[in-house]
Design a protein around this ligand. Structure first.
Ligand SMILES: [Zn+2]
Ligand SMILES: [Zn+2]
Ligand SMILES: [Zn+2]
Length: 124
């Protein structure tokens, strides 16, 4: 997938501020993955830090962020930073007032799943 490769290089150039040829090496080390064939002969990119594996290099790149101290998702309101888009989305509900989690016993609504669970365990 040529577009994935381009993205990868662009991302790395920002990260390390070195030339393109050098970044390629830096990246491979930074992402720390191995390539294996699965039972269907499909190429799988395996994370070296956990047992995550994916056929897409771009997905591996997204996943690798969780092992690094990089928080690319920033809240536009309070500028708090998050490693994952899901984390930011969940946080952003505090600002938007959206409360998608509803207690099935009393109907009270919550912005975050953890808050609903806490309420559920404590009040019922
Ligand atoms: Zn991993
Ligand atoms: Zn915020
Ligand atoms: Zn309740």
């Amino acid at each position: 997938m040529p577009s994935g490769v381009i993205n990868l290089q662009r991302q790395c150039r920002i990260d390390s501020q070195v030339s393109l040829t050098e970044t390629a090496t830096v990246c491979e080390e930074e992402y720390n993955f191995s390539v294996k064939l699965n039972q269907h002969g499909l190429k799988m990119y395996c994370c070296a830090n956990c047992n995550y594996s994916t056929p897409y290099k771009s997905s591996l790149k997204t996943h690798a962020v969780t092992h690094r101290n990089v928080r690319p998702f920033e809240c536009s309101v309070c500028h708090k930073q998050f490693k994952l888009r899901e984390g930011l989305k969940s946080h952003f509900r505090l600002h938007s007032g959206e409360k998608p989690y509803k207690c099935k016993i009393c109907g009270e609504t919550f912005a975050q799943h953890a808050a609903m669970k806490y309420h559920f365990n404590k009040s019922h």
